[in-house]
Design a protein around this ligand. Structure first.
Ligand SMILES: NC(=O)c1ccc[n+]([C@@H]2O[C@H](COP(=O)([O-])OP(=O)(O)OC[C@H]3O[C@@H](n4cnc5c(N)ncnc54)[C@H](OP(=O)(O)O)[C@@H]3O)[C@@H](O)[C@H]2O)c1
Length: 241
């Protein structure tokens, strides 16, 4: 029996939808017969994603550009759900961290999601929702993740406060653990495989995550009208160990 879809014919905007978790959210939403718009910076990535996904529209957008984010939502008009998985990653020991690079991480993932929530909200229908992205390093302290940990914690806090302020629009935050996505494309294959193996062996679920694991949670947050202000840990138990 086909599972009932609560996003059928709903308009879903996914910033970061050309890759990894965002791409998988787009795919799952399409299977549930939603109307999907993906956005990110690279036209090549967007076109490749559209070729694989089929029936999506795409818009080129740099989420760090406040005016561009404002214009983007003006162009999109009314919609139902927003997911913001756009981010770049980076890390290193605190004392060796270049301050400018640390600020750039905030410009990208913190201020990007801030702009998206701020300028997206006026266009979201009252029974709609926002899904923001934090990450496990906000909840499991790790050497080398001071900046990412702080910014992910800031997002979790922002999302929960917005759940109160933006109601009845629901706001939820997903905190992925270590997920096998193109975010680690700069690592060589054997380096990546041994990193995933070492993480997997420390987790209660004995594996790293797949983008599909996280996409299911994003759709859950959009579809369940009684869920708001939640931080969903989709991390195989990583924050507990
Ligand atoms: N993968 C993990 O292990 C993991 C762990 C913890 C948290 N997370 C979080 O989960 C979310 C999704 O990660 P992912 O693994 O799916 O990453 P990913 O595969 O690298 O995808 C990131 C997406 O963001 C877009 N993007 C980056 N900067 C952008 C900008 N300035 N403006 C617009 N789009 C931008 C990228 O496309 P363009 O390059 O075309 O812009 C791409 O579509 C992120 O918030 C990440 O921090 C992931």
């Amino acid at each position: 029996m086909k599972e009932e879809s609560f996003v059928k014919n709903k308009k879903i905007v996914i910033i970061g939808g050309s890759s990894g978790i965002g791409f998988e959210i787009a795919k799952t939403a399409l299977q549930k017969e939603a109307e999907v718009i993906i956005a990110s910076r690279s036209l090549n990535k967007l076109k490749a994603a559209q070729q694989q996904l089929g029936n999506v529209t795409y818009e080129q957008l740099d989420i760090e550009d406040e005016q561009a984010v404002k214009d983007f939502f003006q162009k999109i008009g009314e919609f139902d759900h927003l997911a913001v998985s756009a981010a770049k990653t980076g890390g290193g020991k605190f004392l060796e961290t270049d301050t400018h690079e640390a600020k750039q991480l905030f410009d990208n993932k913190f201020w990007g999601q801030f702009y998206a929530a701020k300028y997206g909200t006026p266009h979201i229908r009252k029974d709609g929702s926002i899904v923001l992205f934090s990450g496990v390093v906000a909840f499991k302290h790790m050497i080398g993740a001071s900046v990412l940990g702080a910014l992910n914690a800031a997002i979790a806090n922002l999302g929960q406060t917005l759940a109160l302020e933006l109601a009845p629009i629901r706001v939820n935050v997903i905190s992925p653990g270590i997920i096998d996505t193109p975010a680690r494309a700069s690592m060589n294959e054997s380096e990546r495989a041994s990193y995933y193996q070492s993480v997997a062996s420390s987790l209660p679920v004995n594996r790293v995550g797949l983008a599909e694991d996280v996409a299911k949670s994003a759709l859950y947050a959009m579809e369940n009208e009684f869920v708001t202000g939640t931080v969903l840990h989709v991390d195989g138990g990583h924050h507990l160990i």
